[in-house]
Each structure stands twice: as C-alpha cells, then as structure tokens.
Design a protein around this ligand. Sequence first.
Ligand code: GLV
Ligand code: MN
Ligand code: MN
Length: 421
Amino acid sequence: MTQAGERTASGNLRVNGDRLLSRLAALARIGATGDGGCRRLALSDEDRQGRDQLMAWLKEVGLETHVDAVGNIVGILPGETAGPAVIMGSHIDTVGTGGKFDGALGVLAALEVIQSIKETGITPPRPLAVIAFTNEEGARFQPDILGSCVWTGETSIEEARAIRDADGKAVGAELDRIGYAGRVKPGFLEAHAYLELHIEQGPILHAEGGGIGAVTGVQAISWTEYTLTGDPNHAGTTPMRYRRNTSLAAAGIIAFADALTHDIEGLVANVGRIVTEPGNVNVVPGRIVMTVDMRHPIDARLIDAEQRMADEIARISAATRVEIASRELARFPAQPFAEELIGVVEQAGKALGLKTRRMHSGAGHDAQIMATVAPTAMIFVPSIDGISHNPRERTEDADVVAGANVLLTAALTVAHARPRA
Ligand code: GLV
Ligand code: MN
Ligand code: MN
C-alpha cells in the first residue's frame, strides 16, 4: 500500500490507503451498534459526534472549513484560481441499522484525496473541496437527500428546517441543538464538477468478479406513506363482515406492490415500515401507518406504477371500507450523469488497471441532486454479497483503496480540465 502523497514508479500519485482505512474504522466506532454496524441518524447525538470528528480531521489537514445553514460540512483546499471547485463527498448519517461504508466512504475518501494532493506541495489549478451532506438517508427526516437539495436550491432552508421526525422534532431545532446550523449560505461554493465514491450497495460488482462501477445515473424514486383508518375492535367477538380491518387493507397494498414488480419490468418496490395501532394480538387494528418505496430507471414506468397503485388503493379502500390517506414522502426523477465525467471515471479505472464497467445506481445519492447544477459522476466499489443498509455491509480494504485512487485520478483529471464554457 502506498504512503502519504506517495508516487508510483511511473510518477502517479496514490492515496494513503492505511490512513483512509483507519479513519473509516474510527468513524465507524461513533454510533457503533456492537454487531458490526452503525447508527448515526441525521442530527442525533451520534451524528453530532461524527460531525465533530470530521471537523477535527478537516482542520488537522489544514483545510478551510465551513458549515452551512442546513449543516452541510465543507472543507476546501484553495487552488491557483478562486473559481468553481472540484467538489467530492457524500454523507455521514446512516439508517437506523446501517453499516460502516454507506456515505462514510465517499466523505473520507474525498478527504484522503485532498490530503494526498496537498502533501505533494503542489497547488491544484482550481479549489478542491470535500462535502458531507446533511440527512442523505432520510431514515429520520423525509425526504432524503435533504442537504444536497438545500445546497442546490431545490429546497429552501425554511422548508428544510420545518421538516419533523416521527417524534415531532424539527430539523431546525435539531440543527440548533447539536450546534450545526452554520452561518454560510448553502451552495456558497460553485461546483466545477461533483464526484462521489460510494459502495454499490447491490450484488452486481461482487458477483461479476469485482472491479469498479462507472455510474451512469440514478433511477427515479417514489416514497409514499399511507395512513389506514378502520375500527379498533375485539378480535374474538366482532364477526368478520362487521370489521373495518386495516391489516387486511395493508396486506392488499403489500401484495399489489409486489405484483406490480412482476408486471412492470425493472420496477422494485418495498414496504419498509408498518406501524399498527393499538398493536395488540386481540384487537383488530384501527390504524396502520405504512410506507411504500418504488423505483424505476425510466420516469414514465414509475409514473405508471404510481398511477396503478393509486387506483388499487381506491379499490382496496372501497372493498374493505378502510379509509386510506396518502402522503408523498419523497419523489425524485431519474437522473443521468454527465457523459464526459462518466468517461473520466472509466478512464481512471482503466488507467489503474481495474476492471471497470458502466452501471446504473439502484440507490439514491446526493450526486443525483448535484447533477442538476454541475457535471457529476459516481464511482462504485463492490459490496460483499451485495449487502447494505445492514450491519453486515462490507467492502474489501483493497476495493476501498482502489475506489479512492480512482477518485483521486478522476479529480486530478477534472481539476486540470479547461473551465466549462
Ligand atoms: C438511500 O440510501 C436510498 O434509499 O437509496
Ligand atoms: Mn449513501
Ligand atoms: Mn443509504
């Protein structure tokens, strides 16, 4: 493994892999769940500790640090010119049962890339920046990818601050509480390009012999919450025909979501959260709150799925006499990445002797939002057995380091490229 800012025999710069792996391990100790996983829900105490650690590293490396009004953390290495920066990053919040790599890899690899370049003593032609976006996961506050949406202006800071979690705590109050409602305006740093390294979170690279994914774009995402209202009543005495049974209606929704995936090629659907009330074995549940997550690489197919689900909801409601209210939690269109930058990632992978293939992202990422304001691309590294959003999420050390070297090579290429017209 190469050391700090070291060059190979052919003169090419490589990251310090040991330093990156040791920072990943250190961040994973914050919010460690004891089963190999991490729980750093956005704006929780664990997220604050993770942020404090990241800020300490950014300062240690000597970067100019900023926290914006929605808590996005930015570290900048100035370039020869003060213009738009090559921004690299991801997020450090996790889902409730998260792993060590989702998000953390992209942020810490970006920091490592910038540190390795800084250690050469050569000033890059344009600024290089690392960013950790707030609430990418959407596990606590919906919608997800919130920090990047505020960064690009898609969502206002007022809208973001007003979003509440399931306990009624608002983003704004939680940002204030953990001390990360910063002063600078989100989006204060213009992006010449945005690059994000991430684990694949799916099985393809691992199953197909490893290597690097040059990501072509992110599929369209639709999250809906349904609130089902019936009559809570005695489960022994109430004849079936008298019931307004929310669990029966919920079962219909779950089965229909799955049936849609058989009908619409490429559609994925998930019911990830079901809360029944009162939740007793002998009470017909009077209320159920449940979520449906549907995704498709083609916008029109997802719109079709949404329409068919809405029709089925009306049919189920009429058949069961259960009232069903729906609320959109998140909705993002399919987002292709910049062809030129996908090519840069592909070339970087190949130049490093890595098997490199183009692939689509099944997961949502901050990159899909950054792609609306700047040329953007992502690099995927393999997830062992395709496991993610799970404490058993793992990526081989060699793949972590290879991914960071692809990020370094791509960032240097982009930093030296001509300004955009
Ligand atoms: C983000 O992790 C997603 O749900 O894709
Ligand atoms: Mn992620
Ligand atoms: Mn995730």
